[in-house]
Write a protein that binds this ligand. Structure first.
Ligand code: ADP
Ligand code: MG
Length: 356
């Protein structure tokens, strides 16, 4: 139905390009839906008419994301940071393109990384006041149902009526995320911003498919280390304790993703954010620098018994314990953990739509 990205672009009403508020336009086959979260301008759902006159939906669901470096804070194009922000957005596009190249060589290996179908740049964007960005970047990605932080905040895994199901789903989330991270690491890149908000999901019956997303900070080891010279970046409460000390560039390594994934799994299992999170990120970082293993272990011990008492829950705790070690020397990488834990049941790759 859609052959290329240009036909998609041409279906965008011109006056809607670059809008920051949710849009909802029904134009022919296309239903543009508001998406409701930072970074994503719209989730696009394709509706096709069936021969009998009904409509079939959900064949394609695509997420149109405006790259955040340009979105978060509005700065005029004359601002000294403007060009470096454009460079960052271009860098994210380059990373996503590289991932798609790797995926084309080994689709199965990258099945837990969200697919990107296209990119474009709007060089002539003018804000209503004509003083903000002249350049905007968009990516078009397969749309998931939402992110795991939404589920966490709804207390989705705290359902003691179905303890086995919750434990099975959490274990499967752990396996899929480990697989996704191992694929990135194998190619020499670290994600650098793992947290439940950046783990997207889709439901299939009672099982949950996980996709790692948000490659804003995804980088090669070397570049990520260079970045530490300029200061800490990422989500403050998920920062690795050794990296937080900023004593050595070598503290930036694949293990920082292990730490953040471990914490994400505990957050999902307990249903709350890490206890050292503070509204002031400087205080959060100070708390992290002072972390000891027993504080982390007591957070892990808040995982409800109805999860840890199940066989899957025990396996989950085993994985979590290999991830959330304050000392990097005691922690394992995703690839190492995958060789140590029993293989997960088959996780069926989703049929990806072919847009381009
Ligand atoms: N492909 C997608 N499908 C569905 N929701 C998405 C998708 N990409 C992002 N989102 C939603 O938008 C949020 C922000 O997107 P993200 O890529 O993480 O950008 P940011 O850099 O703003 O964090 C995510 O936490 C998720 O809720
Ligand atoms: Mg994000």
């Amino acid at each position: 139905m859609i052959k290329d990205i240009r036909s998609l672009q041409s279906s965008l009403p011109p006056h809607q390009e670059g809008v920051e508020s949710p849009i909802c336009v029904n134009s022919g086959h296309w239903l543009w839906q508001a998406k409701i979260a930072t970074g994503v301008v719209a989730v696009l759902e394709c509706r096709s008419q069936t021969k009998r006159g009904g409509s079939k939906s959900g064949c394609f669901a695509l997420a149109l994301k405006e790259l955040r470096f340009l979105l978060r804070t509005s700065i005029p194009s004359t601002h000294p940071d403007f060009h470096s922000r454009v460079e960052k957005a271009k860098h994210e596009v380059a990373t996503l393109q590289q991932i798609e190249l790797w995926r084309s060589e080994n689709p199965n290996r990258f099945r837990h990384i969200i697919s990107t179908y296209g990119f474009w740049e709007n060089k002539h964007y003018k804000s209503p006041t004509h003083q903000y960005y002249k350049q905007r970047f968009y990516t078009l990605q397969e749309a998931a149902r939402g992110d795991l932080c939404d589920l966490m905040e709804k207390g989705y895994f705290q359902n003691s009526a179905h303890p086995q199901r919750a434990a099975r789903q959490l274990l499967s989330i752990a396996h899929q995320s480990l697989e996704g991270l191992a694929a990135l690491h194998e190619h020499g890149v670290i994600h650098h911003d793992i947290k439940p908000d950046n783990l997207l999901y889709r439901k299939e019956g009672k099982s949950i498919q996980v996709f790692i997303a948000d490659m804003d900070l995804t980088d090669t080891l070397e570049t990520a280390r260079q970045r530490l010279r300029q200061g800490l970046c990422g989500t403050p409460c998920m920062i690795d304790p050794e990296m937080a000390k900023m004593e050595s560039l070598s503290a930036v390594n694949f293990l920082i993703d292990s730490w953040a994934l471990g914490l994400s799994l505990v957050e999902l299992s307990v249903g709350v954010h890490v206890p050292w999170m503070h509204s002031d990120s400087l205080i959060t970082v100070r708390n992290i620098r002072a972390l000891n293993q027993s504080t982390v272990d007591s957070f892990v011990s808040r995982i409800p018994r109805y999860i840890t008492d199940t066989e899957e829950g025990k396996q989950l705790i085993g994985i979590i314990r290999l991830l959330v070690r304050v000392k990097q020397s005691e922690r394992k990488t995703p690839a190492e953990i995958l060789t140590m834990v029993p293989a997960a049941g088959p996780s069926k790759p989703e049929g990806h739509c072919t847009l381009l």
